[in-house]
Design a protein around this ligand. Structure first.
Ligand SMILES: [Zn+2]
Length: 81
């Protein structure tokens, strides 16, 4: 992704979703309502009012636990029903 003028790079996280390589880029932009945010190459993104949680959730997103994967599958099943 390309950084905009107000954006500062905070961190990059590499990981996988079901074997597919993904990359999460975390940024800070003081002009945003919630300055901290991360975006994944899979399309997922999250915003935060402070730096708290950015690192943890970004890492977690790129390294899903078995439980996370099961929960995602369950969510998909519920949605297609
Ligand atoms: Zn992702």
């Amino acid at each position: 992704m390309t950084l905009q003028t107000n954006e500062f790079w905070v961190g990059t996280y590499h990981g996988r979703h079901d074997g597919r390589l993904v990359k999460v880029t975390a940024t800070r932009d003081d002009t945003r309502l919630e300055p901290y945010a991360w975006t994944c190459t899979c399309g997922a993104s999250q915003t935060f009012p402070t730096e708290d949680g950015v690192d943890r959730t970004a890492w977690r997103h790129t390294h899903p636990t078995l439980w996370d994967r099961l929960r995602q599958k369950a969510a998909l099943l519920l949605r297609t029903r």
